[in-house]
Design a protein. Sequence first.
Length: 190
Amino acid sequence: MIPFDRSFHRAWFYVLLIAMSLVLLLPRAHAATSQEELIRDAQQALATLRKINPSADAIAKSAKGVLVFPNIIKAGFVFGGSYGEGVLFVDGKVRGFYNSVSASWGLQLGAQSYGYALFLMNDKALKYLEESQGWELGSGPTVTLVDTGVAANISTTTLRDDAYAFIFDQQGLMGGINIEGTKITRIKQP
């Protein structure tokens, strides 16, 4: 039998207290109260991303559609998860609303918010998103997460993958962001 160790349990209590504090100290997640607000937030996030990232701007010009999640909230204490809502734009017009959900477990502690844009480069990727019962990133069409190193080598002539993802506006304290394993599902409209 393992003896009861107060210092071990006290340490876990403090870790839990710190994790809860991080969640409370993060800038309050701005949950969209209406579709119009979500659309406005997504348009603003996409415009800002394109303005500050030349690679995102170049890819946007060739994309068949862009799925923008302006605010994803991620928190974890051993078990973690993330959630956010986004808008699919095709030819600059709203084509649908989606949510992004992920779950994880392992050594993790903290909370953060971020956004991401998924540039769908061909009809196959767009059709897969719209017709599937949920797209788990990492399966289905090929998605490339664009970081600084990848961005330096991207041009309109080197675009070969089905989709490109850009993460932006990270805030909070938590380990790196990985969108693989994230499930994107269409939000059914009333």
